[in-house]
Ligand binder design. Sequence first.
Ligand code: AMP
Ligand code: MG
Length: 412
Amino acid sequence: MLTVEEARARILAAIAPHAPLPAEAIPLTTALDRILAEDAIAHDETPPFINSAMDGYALRAEDTQRATPETPVTLRLAGEVPAGRVYAGVVAPGEAVRILTGAPVPDGANAVLQQELTEVADGMVTVRQTVSSGNNMRPAGGDIRPGMRLIAAGTQLGPAEIALLAAAGIHPVRVTRRPRVAILATGDELAPLGETPQPGQIRETNSPYLIAAVLRAGGEPIPLGIARDRTDEIRTKLDQARTADLILTSGGVSVGDYDLVKQILAENGNIDFWRVRMKPGKPLAFGLLGETPLLGLPGNPASAAVTFELFGRPAIRRMLGCAQVERPMVKARLIGSAIERGDRRHFVRVRLLSHDGILEARQTGRQDSHLISSLQGASAYLVIAEGEGKVAEGEMVPALLLNDALPWENEV
Ligand code: AMP
Ligand code: MG
């Protein structure tokens, strides 16, 4: 049996020739959550010119040297420069120019005094204090300098990254193409969404789960529907996955169906059937179907979910060129009944709550691999290492977060 790490390392090694996928240029406003394909390097300065941080008066600091509340200095109001304009003249000794926030500081001036500290009457500006050179001036290049590496390749773009790229004029932006991920459910017993299950049938849930999970991982799902447990049907469906970068199947990898799927895949590829030392999810198939990596997930819904999280998502993230392919791990205090250790690593569906700054983990329900109700509401998988004895209430246990944000305080 492989460990989780060995299985993941083999998968990531096998997809290395497919990762990262080629870049494509897209409008910046459509780039949310996409992965930057190359380092974003600034070409020019931001702000592009020295500008005013305040509404006030641009002046020469030396003119205010002797100003005090009792002996003010008066400067001649020579003009005005709003944001978006450039003052045509030069501020001469004894002059001030009305300036608005964001406007370029006129030549000759070396400071801005905010309007609240001045009085203006009859074309004269009264100054009752000394103003130091550079006061209220935003330097050119104070935010971004040419040549600066703004964002590293492999970063997922959020609103702040998009704003920074906009500031640097990087539009369109080059991001990695989203991996096309074919999704096939196998099983005679499966009724598709929208159809009433016949006697002996169950509703098919792995495709809806995987379509959503693939989207969230940054992939583009290609749903192939359901194949009955017949070699010709699986073969026909897989033929439609030709344009896929990755194929996910579910079901048909446990002992009962093992040979059926193995037979088909062996014809056109090189697929290994693995037993991974984990619970849920022990049986797993992985290999290449032609050129395309194929990950055969177990059929039970919780097993499919956990194995997708541990093996499918990292494969997609690697294809996207993500710097980080794994989710964050935190430590959480176990609340509720003790959990027995076993010879396989156990991924326990828990809800994490933050209580006085400490994360607490509560099981979402029973942990059998066919239960979907306890998949819902899980914000993490508590990782119970292989071993003997029990993990008792109150122990701090590693937890794999299922989203990148930390849980809210006292969530219910
Ligand atoms: P298998 O891995 O094909 O032996 O399936 C294991 C269990 O998972 C069986 O109880 C199947 O009915 C169930 N199962 C397989 N595929 C799906 C699916 N797509 N949706 C819901 N349950 C499934
Ligand atoms: Mg089956």
